[in-house]
Design a protein around this ligand. Structure first.
Ligand SMILES: Nc1ncnc2c1ncn2[C@@H]1O[C@H](COP(=O)(O)OP(=O)(O)OP(=O)(O)O)[C@@H](O)[C@H]1O
Length: 258
């Protein structure tokens, strides 16, 4: 059953020069799916995430989320919808520097006026699962990038959203931390049936997903599904990227995935 339906969505930015960033894009995301969105710079990936996250509205077409049409909600309902249904993970972690790790993680529950009991119970369970217990009292500038991203993932999960939207979550991480974060997202996807949409430029990151959707010039270009082996999926991702043009696919094609 789809959790998200993108139907014929077009986004035109009006300005001195009008720009059609998305053009009649249609696809669905199944509940529990881990989807990567790839495409060259300027192809409309951030625009798409902004529309799904309800930060922006489509010019035409419909976005249906669990039978709800966010376009029809007023601003209070939208803020509530966003807080309830969505969790966000960003490239630069977006943790608040003056708060401790623990305070950062429970922030969405604080905003939702949850009881201390619920906060403590969810925090303890997530901290254990995501291996955060030994630095809960530190501040973001006292932990590594990989640890910061795990904290951001915990914050995205604590209110048990229906969907996680991740924008280049490994963009600022070294390869070991990237791998840890991707394995964590895969685990969350498998064990909690969490639906994840991840925008990435990195074919290794995309190879952790169930499906990769490629867009070009704001339009659907291709999609491929993962088979049994991540290595062959990775090679197929590289093949589509080389058709898309740009990037350094040649440098990557000899990589053996760990
Ligand atoms: N607010 C805006 N006003 C006008 N044009 C915009 C605006 N935001 C994005 N665009 C244009 O829309 C197109 C798609 O941009 P978008 O940021 O969605 O691409 P992207 O695929 O996320 O790129 P990147 O990989 O570089 O982040 C680009 O040509 C961009 O210049």
């Amino acid at each position: 059953m789809p959790i998200l339906q993108i139907e014929d969505v077009t986004k035109v930015y009006e300005g001195k020069v009008t720009h059609r960033a998305l053009n009649q894009l249609t696809f669905e995301v199944e509940k529990g799916e881990f989807l990567a969105v790839m495409g060259p710079s300027g192809s409309g990936k951030s625009t798409l995430l902004n529309l799904i996250s309800t930060i922006d509205r489509p010019t035409s077409g419909e976005i249906i989320f669990n039978d709800i049409k966010p376009q029809n909600l007023n601003s209070t309902e939208l803020a509530f919808f966003r807080r309830r249904e969505l969790g966000f993970v960003f490239q630069d972690f977006n943790l608040l520097p003056m708060l401790t790790v623990e305070e950062n993680i429970v922030l969405p529950l604080t905003l939702d006026n949850q009881t201390v009991e619920v906060m403590e119970q969810r925090l303890a369970s997530l901290a254990k699962k995501l291996d955060l217990t030994h630095f809960l009292q530190k501040r973001p500038n006292e932990i590594s990038g990989g640890q910061a991203q795990r904290v951001a993932i915990a914050r995205a999960l604590i209110h048990e959203p229906s969907m996680i939207l991740a924008d280049e979550p490994t963009g600022n991480l070294d390869s070991n931390s990237s791998r840890e974060v991707l394995e964590l997202l895969s685990k969350i996807n498998r064990e909690r049936q969490a639906t994840i949409i991840m925008v990435t430029h990195d074919p290794i990151a995309a190879s952790f997903c169930d499906r990769v959707l490629f867009i070009k010039d704001g339009e659907f270009f291709n999609e491929i599904h993962r088979d049994d082996r991540r290595q062959t999926f990775f090679q197929r991702i590289l093949n589509v990227l080389s058709l898309l043009g740009g990037g350094q696919v040649g440098d990557l094609s000899s990589i053996r995935l760990p």
